[in-house]
Design a protein around this ligand. Structure first.
Ligand code: S3P
Length: 439
């Protein structure tokens, strides 16, 4: 469960990153593997599964709905699928911890069930906007109650007849798209979702991998309800969002030469590589191959002199989870980096624009937040104490910042690193970052 007590990271200044590591499995793909495996007919075997709290919350939710799941053991999970109509009512509310992906994707899936469900989360998840899914799901015929401001807990009434809709999303969100497609499995007729900009397409790829017909045309994706899912074997690649911290660390720390193995490089996820390269980073992709329907490569990163850029807005959805790390890169770059069109960052696990601006300012960097982005002037990173506000990615980003800081950085409220990257400290230490947990 999340944040039992305040875990503080102490990151010592200087050093560099060298060696070869495989970061933990992709969070988005791990969630989807459990969901589709549970709803498929037959036995699904997953390897490389992320044993972080978020994905474990999804796993526990399906166990609570009667699905037999073995593991995870060293990333191996075996799921005895019950078919699209085989889930059973859980005995208690589903507790989803810090995981927005679990809550939003399950909202779509639960809307199509015969039973009622309540879904709740931790303090951060309880602040996050859910109208983006409850409104279009309502148009499909779902009955979902939220707080008056549209936040969790969500109470979903089962036994509703869903019908397909043709929905143009106002925000570029893979969670919303996925939620509607999953509800669409239970709907009569066709469910179509149009996105204003490309977002991660793991749901579409995995549905195809489970034998479900998906029609894609440009920025529109459609499926027919009433089909079946067939069990599959899924090799989950390493998470580019976790690799991103190491890409930034190796780029900013002189003398670094780091190999990140078996990283998912789905074109809808590689904004961080595109942006870092535009800033002057030295990133090489090697051994291109495919794993579980997803493109994968090894990534070699050597240190480089970075310069500030105006981040192209079309890269924002493709790097949406990587901005805390990218802001550290910007703080270590020469000149100014300007981000616009990224107001979504304000409703992630924390307000990532404000929390990063506060942290960078505390370390002596000029960082000015704007309503939809930030302006960061590269400079000398000092040491100091910053508050991650329980946001895993902010904690890990500042830990990497220590590589270029001139004194120790103490980072408060780091327990949630376990949600997405449980062995972060171990791997970071292995390649040369001096970071440890205090009390
Ligand atoms: C995710 C989609 C993104 C991302 C999140 C995981 C997913 O959220 O930030 O960490 O697995 O679909 P949005 O769809 O809200 O942008």
């Amino acid at each position: 469960m999340s944040a039992p007590h305040n875990i503080v990271f102490k990151a010592t200044p200087g050093g560099n990153l060298r060696g070869e590591i495989r970061v933990s499995g992709d969070k988005s793909i791990s969630h989807r593997a459990i969901m589709l495996g549970a709803l498929a007919e037959g036995i699904t075997k997953v390897s490389g599964f992320l044993e972080g709290e978020d994905c474990l919350a999804t796993l526990a939710a399906f166990r609570a709905m009667g699905v037999h799941i073995y593991g995870p053991e060293q990333g191996q999970v075996t799921i005895y699928g019950v078919g699209l109509h085989g889930l059973q009512a859980p005995a208690a509310p589903l507790y989803l911890g810090n995981s927005g992906t679990s809550m939003r994707l399950l909202a779509g899936l639960m809307a199509g069930q015969a039973f009622d469900v309540v879904m709740a989360g931790d303090a951060s998840l309880t602040r996050r906007p859910m109208k983006r899914v409850t409104v279009p799901l309502g148009q499909m015929g779902a009955r979902i109650e939220a707080s008056t401001t549209g936040t969790p807990p969500l109470k979903i009434s089962g036994g509703q007849a869903l019908r397909g809709i043709d929905y143009a999303m106002p925000v570029a969100s893979a969670q919303v798209k996925s939620s509607l497609l999953l509800a669409g499995l239970y709907a009569s007729g066709t469910t179509c979702v149009t996105e204003p900009a490309p977002t991660r397409d793991h749901t579409e790829r995995m549905l195809s991998g489970f034998g479900y017909t998906i029609e894609r045309e440009g920025n529109r994706v459609c499926l027919e309800g009433g089909g079946r899912l067939h069990a599959a074997t899924i090799d989950v690649p390493a998470d580019i969002s976790s690799a991103a911290f190491f890409m930034v660390g190796a780029s900013i720390a002189p003398g670094s030469d780091l190999m990140l193995q078996h990283v998912g490089i789905n074109p809808t996820r590689i904004g961080v590589i595109n942006i870092l390269r535009e800033m002057g980073a030295d990133i090489e992709l090697l051994n291109h191959r495919e794993a579980g329907g997803e493109p994968v490569a090894d990534i070699r990163v050597r240190s480089a002199r970075l310069h500030g850029i105006r981040i192209p807005e079309d890269q924002v959805p493709l790097a949406i989870d990587e901005f805390p790390a990218l802001f550290i890169a910007a703080a270590c770059a020469e000149g100014e980096t300007v981000l616009t069109g990224a107001e979504e960052l304000r409703v992630k696990e924390s307000d990532r624009i404000q929390v990063m601006a506060d942290g960078l300012t505390a370390l002596g960097i000029v960082a000015n937040p704007t309503p939809d982005g930030i302006i960061i002037r590269g400079g000398r990173l000092g040491g100091g104490r910053i508050d991650s506000h329980g946001d895993h990615r902010i904690a890990m980003a500042f830990a990497m910042g220590a590589l270029r800081a001139d004194a120790e950085i103490m980072i408060e409220d780091c327990a949630n690193v376990r949600t997405s990257f449980p062995n972060f400290l171990e791997l970071a230490g292995e390649v040369g970052l001096g970071v440890s947990e205090q009390g």
